[in-house]
Design a binder for this molecule. Structure first.
Ligand code: 6GU
Length: 226
């Protein structure tokens, strides 16, 4: 998989890919991340990427030309499955979308800033718009990092234990059950006896029940019960 990220602040997006699981995914050749600084696509001497909005009003708008140059250059090199605009008014991101994006070959993530991009960018280049939740970030970069992390960890071979992504919270619309490790008792706080019983069918049904109870308590909306 190849992910091209278009941004005015590429520095925000370096460290997430330089450590841990994402770093290893890149080293294994399972994903390529390409950062594009929008300022490199500006032709005027002032390196201007934004301007006042027509009709007046506070806040700057990202101009279409540098974005067109960057996206069109990329599209001339290869076909893209999705060209995604990261914006607080996009479709709310969830695990189902992460699963589906993890199957794509080439995607572009365009990070919004200021008041956002000229609407003509959205009308003519963008195939999909994503928000990571109902709050406003200073720019789409941190949201792009969140989307990249969630999809890259789903690419086969990225996680050591192939089954572990399948037992994550949300993968079946349930939260994950509680987990414990050694010691079996700490400060008098004991691990549930069933987990140390060695009875694996019983452990499995205990976990399913705990998943259900936890979801019912913390996220009844996932059960259609809110
Ligand atoms: Cl994708 N961008 C910004 N600027 N704010 C957000 C967001 C995206 N998702 C939630 N808040």
């Amino acid at each position: 998989m190849r992910i091209d990220i278009i941004t005015v602040v590429p520095d925000i997006l370096t460290s997430p890919f330089e450590v841990s699981i994402l770093k290893r995914a890149i080293e294994k050749g399972l994903v390529e991340i390409h950062l594009h600084n929008l300022r490199d696509y500006v032709t005027d001497n002032y390196k201007q990427i934004d301007d006042y909005q027509f009709g007046g009003g506070a806040g700057m708008v990202m101009m279409i030309e540098p974005i067109d140059k960057c996206i069109s250059g990329l599209k001339a090199e290869r076909d893209y499955d999705e060209i995604i605009y990261m914006t607080p008014d996009g479709e709310r991101f969830n695990q189902r979308m992460a699963n589906s994006l993890s199957l794509k070959e080439n995607i572009i993530l365009l990070c919004g800033h200021y008041k956002g991009v000229d609407q003509r960018v959205r009308d003519h280049f963008i195939t999909r718009e994503i928000s990571i939740g109902d709050y406003v970030l200073s720019g789409g970069e941190l949201a792009a990092a969140v989307v990249c992390d969630s999809i890259i960890r789903l690419i086969p071979g990225v996680l050591g234990n192939e089954t572990s992504a399948l037992t994550d919270s949300f993968q079946d619309d349930l939260l994950a059950p509680p987990v414990y490790t050694r010691p079996a008792e700490y400060n008098g706080w004991k691990v549930p006896g069933i987990l140390t019983s060695g009875n694996f069918p019983k452990i499995e049904s205990w976990r399913e029940e705990q998943s259900y109870l936890r979801t019912k308590k913390l996220r009844p909306d996932l059960l259609g019960e809110d």
